[in-house]
Design a protein around this ligand. Structure first.
Ligand code: NAD
Length: 440
């Protein structure tokens, strides 16, 4: 009976039901070096292992993937561990409503690989990982009691993984959720400021975007931001400080847009003496991408750079904070390159979120050099230097910038941590030997 079910097509709730019927509360998929393939904890789940093994798009020899169904509120929770040579797999936990099991797995595979690249390119001694949780529509996830319980169980789950994955905040997860995770595990960053966390990273993120823009301009024409026109999509936590920093750099004009009237009004008042043009737009309005400007900064949502928008872009440089700006990371990277527009890859320029919280456990000092050096021009791994490196290599090899950045990040991600070596892999091996999935 079960064999006939296509597990990947099930909704995440149907999948949870299927797991419950088969008394599976915890399960895993790990890469077996001898067999050179992903193996699963339960035979019944082999079709998912086969799907992962055969996938060319999102699977990239991920070291391990661990899952649980929460004891209360039947929520599917996970930790995708891509690569841990540089250290424990680090990346935030996303709480999202997925269409089906395949979407859930694809998101975890893709996002965890992305974190490996972001962390390695930033020169952080962290591997790459991501938590993904599927919202269960049978429960009101805004109810504080339900929400606290889901995130506390996630904290317990993270503890059970013995430190191969260190979680953080991501889409759908808030500061209070992080406090709930922290109440059950030490393996987390991005904890609230009032209990020793590093606080909102948006200001350093905006400064990181400015560093990327400066490098791109220097590369393009030996020029600076002075006198330039910049278009910004999205004036939220990052977009707003970005406007301030760009005016500090003496740009000539900023054209910005947002979908919330309150944001637009606030900006008009805050920058009334500056040359800022700010528009209220509909969420499907992409006219900001067509404006005449030197630099386009996507700071709202992902997938904004696609076959429909790319031909209309007038900017010479694209450099912004939004995650996953390219709708298709290969096809649209190439389309932009062919248009001779410089694209500074998002995971290079928006790294300051993870940089800001990555080393929380080491305490804080004024003008912390472990944060500031990412924003300076001379450190080898700084946003500025890495952008220059990627743009030069792209020019030399005739390859699009996203492709070059991924290649560079991939190489760096295979360097072993100078003290701990490839310890994440050892932790995963221990979990399997100790039959992690049977410990409920
Ligand atoms: P935010 O939610 O505070 O701001 C996004 C803004 O974009 C909001 O004001 C929203 O109203 C606006 N917006 C949404 N859709 C829009 C549309 N179609 N057109 C115009 N405006 C639109 O988020 P944020 O923290 O400023 O982050 C911006 C982007 O950068 C996100 O993609 C985020 O994932 C990414 N990012 C942020 C950080 C950080 O430190 N905050 C770090 C890394 C990446």
């Amino acid at each position: 009976m079960n064999r006939k079910i296509n597990l990947l097509e099930l909704s995440t709730q149907e999948f949870v039901k299927f797991l419950n019927q088969n008394h599976i509360r915890k399960f895993y998929f790990v890469y077996n070096k001898k067999l050179k393939k992903i193996i699963s904890s339960h035979k019944l789940l082999n079709p998912i292992a086969d799907f992962i093994n055969n996938d060319k798009r999102d699977f990239n020899f991920h070291e391990g993937m661990f899952f649980q169904i929460t004891k209360k509120y039947d929520t599917l929770q996970s930790a995708f561990i891509h690569r841990t040579n540089r250290g424990q797999a680090a990346g935030g936990v996303r709480f999202w409503a997925y269409n089906n099991v395949e979407d859930f797995f694809r998101d975890g595979l893709r996002l965890s690989k992305g974190m490996t690249h972001k962390n390695a390119l930033a020169g952080l001694w962290w591997g790459g990982g991501k938590g993904v949780m599927a919202q269960n529509t049978n429960f009101n996830i805004k109810d504080p009691e339900i929400r606290n319980s889901i995130y506390q169980e996630y904290g317990e789950f993270i503890t059970s993984l013995n430190g191969c994955y260190v979680t953080a905040e991501d889409v759908g997860t808030n500061v209070n959720d992080m406090a709930n995770i922290f109440s059950k595990t030490r393996f987390t960053t991005c904890i609230p400021f009032n209990i020793g966390g590093s606080g909102n990273p948006s200001i350093p993120t905006a400064r990181g975007v400015v560093a990327g823009m400066k490098a791109a301009l220097n590369f393009l024409s030996g020029d600076t931001l002075k006198g330039k026109t910049v278009a910004i999509q999205g004036t939220g936590n990052v977009g707003t400080p970005l406007i301030k920093y760009l005016f500090d750099e003496k740009v000539k004009k900023i054209i910005a847009c947002d979908i919330f009237e309150s944001n637009v009004k606030k900006l008009k008042s805050e920058f009334r003496n500056k040359n800022l043009e700010v528009h209220l737009v509909d969420k499907n309005d992409t006219s900001i991408l067509k404006v005449d400007c030197d630099i386009l900064a996507p700071c709202a949502t992902g997938a904004i750079l696609n076959s429909k928008t790319i031909p209309e872009i007038k900017a010479k440089i694209i450099c912004g904070a939004a995650n996953n700006q390219l709708e298709d990371p290969i096809k649209h990277d190439l389309e932009i390159f062919k248009r001779k527009i410089i694209y500074v890859p998002d995971f290079l320029t928006n790294r300051m979120g993870i940089v800001n919280c990555a080393n929380e456990q080491y305490g804080y000092v004024n003008d912390d050099q472990f944060i500031e050096r990412h924003l300076e021009q001379n450190w080898n791994h700084s946003i500025y230097q890495t952008t220059l490196k990627v743009l030069s290599e792209s020019k030399k090899t005739g390859k699009p910038t996203g492709n070059v950045a991924v290649h560079l990040a991939d190489k760096l991600s295979k360097e072993n941590h100078p003290i701990f070596g490839h310890r994440g892999e050892k932790i995963i091996e221990s979990l399997i030997i100790n039959k992690w999935h049977e410990k409920i």
